[in-house]
Design a binder for this molecule. Structure first.
Ligand SMILES: [Zn+2]
Length: 78
């Protein structure tokens, strides 16, 4: 029997932080607070997942600013 397994990454958007100037590309873009998760699958069924990183994403240039758990919580609650 062949066991098909793999992993896939997904990004969960937690909160939209509104329009900000991105320090990387200098564009006025909507920053989002997001967590990147890695899911392990067996026969394409997700078995478990763990958070790879949490941070701010610029949808324009794709810049990812990693935040600590404390920073992430603070921004999510503001
Ligand atoms: Zn940017």
């Amino acid at each position: 029997m062949v066991i098909v397994y793999g992993s896939k990454n997904s990004i969960k958007i937690k909160k939209n932080l509104g329009v900000n100037v991105c320090p990387n590309c200098g564009m006025n873009t909507e920053k989002v607070l997001a967590a990147e998760k890695q899911q392990f699958t067996v026969f394409y069924i997700p078995i478990f997942s763990h958070t790879l990183r949490k941070g701010l994403i610029c949808p324009n240039c794709g810049m990812y600013k990693t935040l600590t758990n404390a920073e992430f919580k603070e921004m999510a609650n503001n």
